[in-house]
Write a protein that binds this ligand. Structure first.
Ligand code: FAD
Length: 202
């Protein structure tokens, strides 16, 4: 008896493994793929459950559609009709600081005016304009502290915990915000880069 052979072995049937399998199969239909999953259901971090008439998500509930790949994925998964656009203009984010919920304004001028951090910490953010790009692959926490100061760490924590349920002391900034890192390297400062990009758009 000969053991079955495969051209490609994919470990893990989460979003990454399933997407790779689908893209490979579309590219080369003859490929013999084997997708291994240790759990008894696919999906990895993404799973839904219904309870008392409500649909709840254990993992991701949203995604960015500003890259072609995510739109292609939605299309080939046949989910185009089910996707709901998030009303970003009405989007409100709260962060729990010192035991109280604080609303984070969603536009940079309002963030600067909001009494969320001391004035000295607001000035510290401007140091980004003079800081050299941080080499290597720093963690989100190290990178935020280096560029913008310690006071912004709880806010970065809220954003990345809300998005990846990850630990900002372990996630690297290059893996979660490659675009922002590119801006930092190209313009030598995130603030300057964002400002120049906004000017160019105008
Ligand atoms: C609470 C939460 C909220 C999130 N919210 C968002 C969001 O709103 N938007 C967004 O874009 N992202 C969000 N994320 C992140 C997103 O869900 C993940 O980045 C993505 O699902 C990861 O997919 P993956 O396939 O890379 O990894 P996983 O989903 O972790 O899949 C890995 C799979 O590999 C399997 N596996 C591991 N080792 C083995 C082995 N040795 N043999 C066989 N199988 C193995 C695991 O069982 C698992 O099924 C969220 C994550 C969490 C946890």
């Amino acid at each position: 008896m000969t053991s079955p052979s495969h051209d490609v072995l994919i470990v893990g049937a989460g979003l990454s493994g399933l997407s790779v399998a689908r893209f490979l199969r579309d590219k080369q239909p003859g490929l013999k793929l084997l997708l291994l999953e240790k759990n008894n259901h696919p999906g990895g971090a993404i799973s839904s459950h219904s309870e008392e008439g409500y649909l709840a998500e254990w993992g991701a509930h949203g995604f960015l559609d500003n890259c072609l790949e995510s739109r292609v994925l939605i299309h080939i998964a046949g989910l185009k009709q089910e996707v709901e656009k998030a009303p970003l203009k009405e989007f409100v984010r709260y962060v729990c600081l010192d035991g109280a919920l604080k609303c984070i304004p969603q536009s940079p001028p309002k963030i600067i005016k909001a009494p969320l951090i001391p004035f000295s910490a607001k000035l510290r953010i401007l140091a980004d304009l003079w800081k050299k790009p941080l080499p290597g692959e720093p963690t989100v926490a190290d990178w935020v502290e280096y560029r913008f100061g310690k006071a912004l760490i709880p806010f970065a924590d809220a954003v990345f915990t809300g998005t990846y349920a990850g630990d900002i002391n372990r996630l690297t900034i290059d893996s979660v915000m490659a675009g922002v890192r590119d801006i930092e390297k190209e313009y030598g400062s995130v603030l300057r880069g964002l400002w120049k990009k906004a000017q160019a758009k105008k």
